[in-house]
Design a protein around this ligand. Sequence first.
Ligand code: KG4
Ligand code: ZN
Length: 348
Amino acid sequence: MQKTILGIETSCDETAVAIYSAERGLLAHEVYSQIPLHAQYGGVVPELASRDHIQKLLPLVDATLAAAGLEAADLTAIAYTAGPGLIGALLVGATLATGLAMAWRIPALPIHHMEAHLMATLLEDEPPEFPFIALLVSGGHTMLVDVQGFRRYEILGQTLDDAAGEAFDKTAKLLGLPYPGGPELAALAERGNGDRFNLPRPMLQRPGVDFSFSGLKTAVMLKVRAAEAEGPLDEALRADLADGFQEAVVDTLVRKSIRAVRQNGRQRLIVAGGVAANRLLRNRLHVAMADIGGEVFYPRSEFCTDNGAMIAFTGLLHFSAGDWPEDLADADLSVHARARWNLQEVTA
Ligand code: KG4
Ligand code: ZN
């Protein structure tokens, strides 16, 4: 039987749908970003996110089927993000996926969003082999995971406060940049020199691979306030602060990632999540992994950020591994949505 999976992602501020075929690979993927909707508020407004998913999701399912040249009858199953994420936003995807699955008489499979980010690297032509270390760095998460195989994940460390992307966004806001500020801050940093600031590298002196970024953000804030007391922030100072901040975050991420790779005797590192788009991080990780005779892998940039392809693909992996009842009469038709969900609970 041909296996063709529809994937639905609505955990935060992207409405995304894709279709992945076991035989033919990725057939179509569509993303509708809500960034312009939230930008005026300086961050994601959960209620607005849910309402916008409601409006956009069903037309996007239609558009994705049309782009793939398929009809509902061609689908084997629907995979959807069940968590972690914003609960209202998750419920939109989960209820629509379950409803469509009932109507079309196919199974619906709840997928862990972070597992899907891990698996996105395997969508590429030369995917890394298991085992590998994964650095997941997004607006909502920062963690290092030992991926021993499919459904075998051990969280080695994570952030104790802000996620790396969140720290980028908050610091960008302090520097007067629009939301989401990560890419804007990175661009500003290229014109600066942060050496003069000596910003902290939180948690580097401690053993283990946990992270903490809120102290770094506060250190930048104190420098901004001190400078503002003297007069308006000039462009050169903003660029220098952006560079100092980016250097501190990247340095911390690189050193902890290398520590995780070495401590677990791995040769491969994969990096996923929105911050994986950061050029300085990519360059430094490339050099650091080459130095220890290892290799670093990334999903293409559109699959670093939230997307439906990673959900459809992860759904296919579970389906192929027998994680779904073959007979629909045995299928679980309840709606699964969890704001919090530990990745280690996804097991074989
Ligand atoms: O994975 P993602 O699209 O959404 C979730 O948070 O799930 O990640 C978005 C985050 C934002 O915080 C954004 O500022 C950050 O990734 N980001 C970057 C860059 N591009 C996106 N941060 C630093 N440098 C970049 N080039
Ligand atoms: Zn994500």
